[in-house]
Ligand binder design. Structure first.
Ligand SMILES: Cc1cc2nc3c(=O)[nH]c(=O)nc-3n(C[C@H](O)[C@H](O)[C@H](O)COP(=O)(O)OP(=O)(O)OC[C@H]3O[C@@H](n4cnc5c(N)ncnc54)[C@H](O)[C@@H]3O)c2cc1C
Ligand code: FES
Length: 273
């Protein structure tokens, strides 16, 4: 069920392709939205939670050598484009955030598994921490298009780190929390989800690992027979993205698993974090 991209001539992997930067816009804090063109067959089959391993260097350069992983924030199937949310953090992401329309990027993907919406799931709770919001925006786009009920909760350090409500499509209940109280609840996003845990048919989360530990502490006493299920996306360095280097392994109850192939999305009850 893995999506495939068009083969670019002369490239080693069938999922490696060159894309053109179409737009770069500020979005929240110092993060930007980077929109690139992609083969229509790839965009059509892409699923929320999948990611691309992006070469963050100029053509012909090998520095930095390792690609950097980015989840898809939004897929526009009509325009055949993909949008990524990029927060400048270290060398690779700072380079990526400075790209301009017309430049080309070397992409590998789509990679990894995806957030699943099981049949008969009507009520979805989504929990985002910081730039972890990216794959949940694509998930909420797809869920809203299916007429599902969505409560979207986001936490950030301050109001500048929050996704603008206008970015969410459809009628979505959007709740926010900030560490400094500059917008919404003062404190952690996990402190405002209690009322929705039993309401939800599925819970989806993306953010830093401490957020998952707090999510587990808040949600577990409210879940019955481990329902609703909680799907999380883990963040690991993805050197190859193809299951070869084992640099991205995650400890699970079934052993160590390469998160680039059988993740990044895991059942919270399966992972040891
Ligand atoms: C599945 C997934 C999806 C992500 N989606 C987003 C997103 O949507 N938006 C966003 O802003 N961020 C996202 N990230 C995080 C993003 O990939 C990192 O911020 C980025 O890789 C940092 O690279 P850098 O060069 O800026 O930082 P650096 O500080 O240069 O790199 C971070 C550290 O990790 C090491 N490192 C870097 N790449 C690798 C690698 N491939 N293997 C091993 N070590 C490595 C570096 O040597 C350094 O020590 C995602 C991460 C994952 C795993
Ligand atoms: S990144 Fe190499 S095995 Fe996952």
């Amino acid at each position: 069920m893995q999506a495939t991209a068009a083969r670019a001539p002369g490239r080693g992997s069938s999922r490696e392709f060159e894309s053109t930067v179409l737009a770069v816009e500020p979005i929240m804090g110092d993060a930007i939205l980077l929109t690139v063109g992609a083969p229509p067959s790839l965009v059509e089959r892409l699923l929320p939670g999948q990611f691309f391993n992006v070469a963050c260097r100029f053509p012909g350069s090998f520095d930095p050598l390792l690609r950097r992983p980015y989840s898809v924030y939004r897929a526009d199937r009509e325009k055949s484009s993909l949008t990524f949310l990029v927060r400048p953090f270290g060398r690779g992401s700072a380079w990526l955030a400075k790209r301009a329309p017309g430049e080309t990027l070397d992409m590998l993907g789509p990679l990894g598994n995806w957030y699943a919406i099981p049949p008969r799931s009507q009520r979805l709770l989504m929990l985002a921490g910081g730039v972890g919001v990216a794959p949940l925006v694509m998930l909420s786009d797809d869920a809203a298009a299916q007429g599902l009920d969505i409560v979207f909760v986001m936490g950030a350090a301050d109001e500048h780190g929050l996704l603008p409500a206008s970015e969410l499509r459809g009628s979505i209940e959007y709740l926010v929390a900030t560490d400094d109280g500059s917008r919404g609840h003062r404190g952690l996003a996990t402190e405002i989800i209690s009322d929705y845990v039993a309401w939800a048919d599925q819970i989806y989360a993306c953010g830093p690992e401490p957020m998952y530990r707090t999510l587990r502490a808040v949600a577990d006493p409210l879940r019955i027979h481990r329902r609703p299920k909680v799907q999380i996306s883990v963040e690991r360095g993805m050197a190859c993205g193809l299951g070869a280097c084992l640099g991205c392994v995650v400890e699970t109850r079934r052993g160590m698993i390469a998160s680039c192939v059988r993740g990044p999305v895991f059942d919270l009850d399966e992972v040891v974090i």
